[in-house]
Design a protein around this ligand. Structure first.
Ligand SMILES: [Ca+2]
Length: 556
């Protein structure tokens, strides 16, 4: 009974392809169970694949299967018992035993072929230590690889995956090594979404090497290479990705690429020589955040050309061109501010931007300004723009100073404001964050308090998204990091909600309203405190909004 439920759920999680294959071939489709305890149809995965026909499903029960499996062109579904369950994925292991690729495809499989919910490890081969999807001479498999953990494999080309051109979804690709290119993935030209590619290593493309399809909503972090720590010459679309903490000699975050880079974050990447964030990128970059990267030359961008709009380049560092170095890219509607040490030239040997806000800028050019953009922290990061209407004390000079209107850049559904009100009219400069449905903001009657004085805490809430039920926590965080929660009984060190199960319909708006009043005790420790509000959705889908306001309790 329990097993049936788990199986139904595994089939559901493997996606639409399974449903289609079952519908189309239901009269013929068989289902085989692979178990190591002798109670299944087979004891090894390969025996089941050998017996299967197109449209069949193979369900593999937990265990460590030391074998190298080959699909041989069959359009079948091979799934663990419960792919949505991380524990099941971790305990259903195919172990390649250091003798060849763990999983091989014949390259002729189509989209109805699915590998779902396994840990794939300990493979070692020339190409595709974890999964080999074809060869450069033949075609590439279209098989979908879903909810797999591909960890600890090695190869010359593609430590984790090689030439898998189907859907790669919700996979963790970690700790794989390639001697030449693609520590994580090599030449995977399909759709890669919701994946984490981390701690992989290669000479070229620590994370991904020449993956030219669509890469979206993925995290590429802490990979290392000589060229292209995160990505190396991926020429497709990179959308809503986070490229964090990768390292390389040249091009720590992204090296090369002539496709579209959009709505992405390139943060904390470190190059020994050139190009901390982007190196020789020459496609179209729109609405990205390139921050806190470092290099010898070109902390943010090095030798980039192509069209770049609405980039925020800040907090990067380098000996020369902490923001942008040796680039002929036409930068527009962008912010290059706060890179390098104070007074350092933000751009070095680079084409002058237009309609941009640039630190220490004396070179003019159309529409440029050199005034502090007034970044403020908001629900999703630290590069929102100060805005009077959103509760800050003044407007950023980057609001409404771009060239063109936000529609032209498809930014009218994104925001530069901490209260998530979307951009309108003339486009704002720099990166636009996604709109957050649930927004909280905190305020106090003052920012500094003497002992014995009266503090008033304010709160406002807005829900622009679907109706949601939330628990609301209000707390004061002390200088030592301990928190006191505000509830109907006053302040308590125990975690207690200020309000539980509160329904917030779409369009709900509250405050700013006074929600508590507190006399600062005479024995209060002087220092920096935080007043903070956290909203947690009570439903299944985890959603969270938080806000905080700093204040200081003065000494005697
Ligand atoms: Ca605007």
């Amino acid at each position: 009974m329990q097993e049936g439920a788990a199986l139904r759920s595994s089939v559901r999680w493997c996606g639409l392809c399974v449903a289609l294959s079952l519908l189309g071939l239901s009269a013929w489709a068989a289902e085989y169970h692979v178990r190591q305890d002798g109670l299944g149809d087979f004891a090894t995965v390969q025996e089941a694949i050998d017996a299967a026909q197109d449209g069949d499903t193979i369900v593999v029960h937990p265990g460590r299967y030391v074998e190298n499996i080959s699909f041989g062109g069959k359009n079948i579904v091979v799934s663990s018992l419960a792919p949505q369950d991380a524990h099941t994925v971790a305990s259903t292991v195919i172990d390649g035993g250091q003798s060849g690729s763990v999983v091989s495809f014949a390259a002729t499989e189509d989209e109805t072929c699915v590998l779902c919910g396994f840990t794939i490890t300990n493979g070692s081969s020339v190409a595709g230590g974890g999964i080999a999807g074809g060869s450069l001479q033949t075609a590439q498999t279209r098989a979908a690889i879903v909810r797999c953990t591909i960890v600890g494999n090695s190869a010359k080309f593609g430590g984790g995956l090689f030439l898998c051109a189907g859907r790669i979804e919700a996979c963790l690709i970690k700790d794989n090594v390639a001697e030449y290119g693609g520590g994580g993935l090599f030449g995977c030209n399909g759709q890669i979404s919701d994946c984490t590619v981390s701690h992989n290593r290669a000479e070229y493309g620590g994370g991904l090497y020449r993956c030219n399809g669509r890469i979206s909503d993925s995290l590429v972090s802490a990979n290392t290479a000589k060229f292209g720590g995160g990505l190396y010459y991926c020429d497709g679309t990179l959308s809503s990705c986070r490229i964090l903490d990768n390292s390389a000699d040249y091009g720590a975050g992204i090296a090369g690429g002539e496709g579209l880079l959009i709505h992405s974050l390139v943060l904390g990447n470190e190059a020994r020589f050139n190009g901390g964030g982007l190196y020789r990128f020459h496609g179209t970059a729109r609405n990205c955040l390139v921050v806190r990267n470092s290099a010898k030359f070109g902390g943010g961008l090095y030798d980039c050309w192509g069209q770049i709009t609405n980039l925020t380049v800040s907090g990067n560092s380098a000996e020369r061109g902490p923001g942008v170095c040796s680039s002929s890219a036409s930068l527009m509607n962008s912010i290059v501010w706060g890179n390098g040490v104070p007074g350092q030239r933000q751009l070095f040997a680079s084409t002058a931007p237009t309609y941009s806000c640039i630190g220490n800028w004396v070179c003019g050019q159309q529409g440029n300004i050199s005034v502090n953009p007034l970044f403020v922290s908001g629900p999703l990061g630290d590069y929102y723009l100060s805005c009077y209407a959103a509760g800050q004390s003044q407007d950023s000079p980057c609001i409404d100073t771009g060239s063109g209107v936000c529609e032209e850049f498809e930014l009218c559904n994104r925001t530069t404001r901490v209260d998530s009100v979307p951009d309108t009219g003339r486009v704002d400069l720099g990166f636009h964050y996604p709109v957050v449905d649930l927004v909280a903001s905190c305020g106090l009657n003052r920012q500094q308090f003497a002992k014995g004085s009266q503090m008033q805490g304010y709160l406002s809430l807005t829900n622009r998204g679907a109706p949601v039920v939330v628990d609301l926590y209000l707390m004061i965080v002390l200088p030592d990091g301990s928190a006191y929660y505000l509830s109907s009984d006053g302040f308590s060190a125990l975690a207690a909600a200020w309000a539980s199960g509160v329904s917030l319909p779409k369009g709900f708006s509250f405050g700013p309203q006074k929600v508590f009043e507190l006399r600062i005790p005479n024995d209060a420790v002087p220092g920096c405190y935080l007043y903070s509000a956290v909203l947690r959705a009570s439903g299944k889908k985890y959603r969270l909004a938080s806000a905080s306001a700093l204040f200081e309790v003065e000494g005697d």
